[in-house]
Write a protein that binds this ligand. Structure first.
Ligand code: FDA
Length: 301
């Protein structure tokens, strides 16, 4: 990232919301279910699968958490009716984790049970470290009691290697990513190369331990490491998948698919797009270029 990119990145909270919306369009499918369906159909036509996320997080009212459950049930029904290749991803804090963990478990269970009815699958995203224990506990219970559910582990957390030791006996379904939240040094590796190295070693540990792994990254070095590991361990393409975010590096997406690997794209949609978009823009190495063009009223390039 150039110095200008760094400056814009730190100044993102001061960029007007309409500009953020304009620049972040590429990361979000739209506001409604039909928008998500259009994005999924395009991805399916390309040979990619999808996982759909209704945007929203940090809900502090029961009514809002219940409304989120209803949205997910409608989404699962639409996926089934329209016969697209997609599962769903959920965020516990959107479903009430910060209000009451028991209520949140019930809400997620309702969604997972509906997914079971459609022979579909629910991925529980991982949020910041204040949610890790509760999220893993919800995952354990649902995996044991219902099935058709997976969770996410973050390679930047010191604890991830121990979490894998705890989860492996369950033959878990894990999406492994670097981790996106700003975490303190006391709990998270901070150096880029250390996070990469931990991604590789935890990925290999998961694969060798019999977990189903979603290798979620746009880092070509890690994609290479994933391809090498599944080849060395003799995995069939049905035993793992690569995962990427909508709007990030479609060329890498093509490279992965052309090598015969399965790939799933994370497709977020909804009205509550701001926090998700801000995280994506902060990660974009050329954020300054895109923000400057949007401020000048120029289209994306
Ligand atoms: P890195 O950030 O190093 O990016 C590698 C390269 O990808 C960059 O150099 C750039 O070329 C390109 N790139 C990355 N981000 C870009 C962007 N926004 N715009 C343009 N180019 C970009 N995190 C979490 O904490 N909990 C979760 O549940 C999830 N879920 C999740 C699902 C999926 C499918 C993915 C791919 C990622 C997540 N993440 C996540 C986010 C993840 O933790 C991480 O922050 C991002 O994937 C960025 O890390 P990379 O491994 O891609 O490397």
């Amino acid at each position: 990232m150039t110095l200008f990119d760094q400056l814009i990145r730190h100044g993102m909270p001061f960029v007007p919301k309409p500009i953020v919306g304009k620049v972040a369009q590429r990361y979000v499918a739209g506001e409604e279910i039909p928008d998500a369906m259009n994005a999924i159909r395009e991805l399916n036509a390309e040979g990619a699968m999808a996982t759909v996320d209704v945007l929203g997080e940090e809900v502090h009212e029961r009514g809002k958490a219940e409304a989120a459950v209803a949205q997910y049930l409608e989404l699962l029904e639409t996926i089934d009716r329209e016969k697209v290749d997609a599962n769903v991803s959920i965020k516990p804090t959107m479903l009430g984790l910060k209000i009451d963990a028991t209520m949140c478990y019930g809400n997620i269970r309702t969604i997972v049970e509906r997914a079971v009815g459609f022979d579909n699958f629910v991925r529980i995203d991982m949020e910041d470290h204040t949610c890790t224990d509760a999220t893993l506990e919800i995952y354990r219970r649902l995996h044991t009691e219902v099935g058709h559910v997976g969770v996410v582990l973050q390679a930047y957390l010191h604890r991830t290697v121990e979490d894998i030791n705890d989860l492996l006996p369950l033959k878990p379904n894990i999406r492994l990513c670097k981790g996106i939240y700003r975490e303190p040094r006391t709990i998270a590796w901070k150096q880029y190369e250390t996070v990469r190295a931990n991604f590789i070693s935890t990925m290999e540990k998961l694969i060798a331990g019999g977990a189903y792994v979603g290798i979620a990254t746009h880092d070509a070095h890690l994609v290479w490491a994933g391809m090498t590991a599944v080849d060395r361990l003799g995995l069939d393409p049905s035993q793992y998948e690569f995962q990427m975010l909508l709007g990030v590096d479609p060329e890498l997406r093509r490279i992965i698919l052309d090598r015969g690997h399965r790939l799933r794209v994370y497709v977020p949609f909804g009205r509550d797009w701001y926090p998700y978009s801000m995280r994506r823009l902060r990660e974009n190495p050329t954020v300054a270029h895109h923000v400057t063009r949007a401020i000048l009223g120029l289209g994306p390039r």
